[in-house]
Design a protein around this ligand. Structure first.
Ligand SMILES: Cc1ncc(COP(=O)(O)O)c(C=O)c1O
Length: 392
């Protein structure tokens, strides 16, 4: 075998306006280039406490059980679903987007039975449909997606959904991967039992350590399981030894990712969580107004528009894949296309964390408008830019 001749790593300078990851704040990158300490070093133990406090602030919860799970958002998702679902449990999941489907797969692997509450892709769940599904199936657990990255839909009326579940003695798991730190989310006030997220969306941190919080009701169920959780790595009763009072070894924490998350969460606390939600609404609002004034149509109605992920209909006769490739090749801007039922039909434009800045919105609108003009789409780029500028 010859010695591989691999060049130095020099990534292109992209602007990340897709469904995640988003642009990382320079302070987070800096934190991630600081020296390693051991995962049981007294210094790191302090860092762990701080990260847990910052996560509680960001989730709006007092839950003791609030940790970064080693791995991407799917690891926090599987930790939530795999620990709360016991073999034989019935779990209600939504069908209105890609990530409800992933929840269902994880439930089956955990030994649970899946039942579904339907809504079309591009619409939120209707509380009446959730109530009807509870009456029909009496599930033990109800999972829903607060911010559906595949459709750009924000689930409204969360307290109504949690009320329904609790009146049937079920636990609620919320997927907050694309909402945490960008869109109003109040875990305690809304009585969400378990919420998981990812760092690479509205927190603008590289993927690798993913937020998870569980209240006592959920942890009681986890700690009184008859059968061990099927994943050793994600077993919360074992992870309790490391993230709880003992601080004993379970696995080597991804130290650098925890540093990064700490800095990303410090930025959230400095800005103030409510100001941060407001910034996402303002900046993404400018983006939405610009897109609409250009002549494009949003996929989700204004009532459940998701600021962090803007799903825009692809104009007739335009190839979404070509537009996305041209934006990347000519403008260094990343956006994405649709998944599943919406493949080829929508563009997904993220406005998350450090990417949610007016300069990115203006650059994206100008670049997208020009690429769409090249594709002979009927767009009015100056009108879009003018509307966005005045909204911003
Ligand atoms: C709503 C939602 N849930 C779960 C995930 C899974 O996260 P990850 O890709 O970090 O594993 C994602 C990722 O995009 C997501 O958007």
């Amino acid at each position: 075998m010859n010695r591989p001749d691999v060049t130095e790593l020099v990534p292109p300078d992209r602007t990340l306006m897709g469904p995640g990851p988003s642009d990382v704040h320079p302070r987070v990158l800096k934190a991630m280039s600081t020296p390693l300490v051991g995962h049981l070093d007294p210094y790191f133990i302090e860092i762990m406490d701080e990260v847990q406090d910052l996560l509680r602030y960001t989730f709006r919860t007092d839950n003791q059980w609030t940790i970064p799970v080693s791995g991407t958002g799917s690891a926090a998702m599987e930790a939530a679903i795999g620990n709360v679902t016991e073999p034989g449990d019935t779990v209600l999941v939504p069908t209105n987007g890609y990530f409800g489907g992933r929840m269902a797969s994880m439930v089956r692997r955990a030994g649970g039975s899946v039942v579904e509450v339907d809504a079309p892709w591009g619409e939120p769940l209707d509380p009446a449909a959730v109530e009807a599904a509870f009456a029909e199936h009496q599930p033990d657990v109800f999972g829903f997606v607060h911010a559906e990255t595949s459709t750009g839909v924000l689930q409204p009326e969360v307290p109504q959904l949690t009320d329904i579940a609790h009146s049937h003695d079920a636990l609620v798991i919320a997927d907050t991967v694309t909402s945490l730190g960008g869109v109003e989310l109040r875990v305690d006030e809304w009585d969400v039992d378990v919420a998981y997220s990812g760092p690479q969306k509205c927190l603008s941190c590289p993927p690798g350590a993913s937020p998870l919080t569980l209240n006592d009701r959920a942890m009681d169920k986890v700690l009184s399981r008859e059968e061990d959780a099927r994943s050793w790595y994600l077993d919360l009763s074992l992870l309790q030894g490391y993230w709880g009072d003992d601080r004993a070894y379970h696995h080597t924490a991804p130290i650098t990712n925890v540093y990064g998350l700490r800095e990303a969460l410090r930025l959230v606390a400095e800005e103030g969580i409510e100001n941060r939600w407001a910034r996402h609404r303002r900046v993404a609002g400018g983006l939405k107004t610009g897109l609409q004034s250009m002549g494009l149509e949003m996929n989700a109605s204004d009532d459940y528009w998701l600021p962090s992920l803007n799903a825009v209909r692809v104009p007739g006769g335009v190839d979404a894949g070509d537009v996305i490739s041209q934006l990347l090749a000519e403008y260094d801007i990343e956006i994405a296309g649709g998944l599943g039922d919406l493949a080829g039909e929508i563009f997904r434009i993220g406005c998350m964390g450090h990417s949610a800045r007016p300069k990115n919105v203006i650059a994206l609108l100008g670049a997208l408008g020009s690429v769409l003009e090249d594709a002979d789409a009927d767009v009015d780029v100056p009108a879009g830019l003018a509307a966005a500028n005045s909204a911003l």
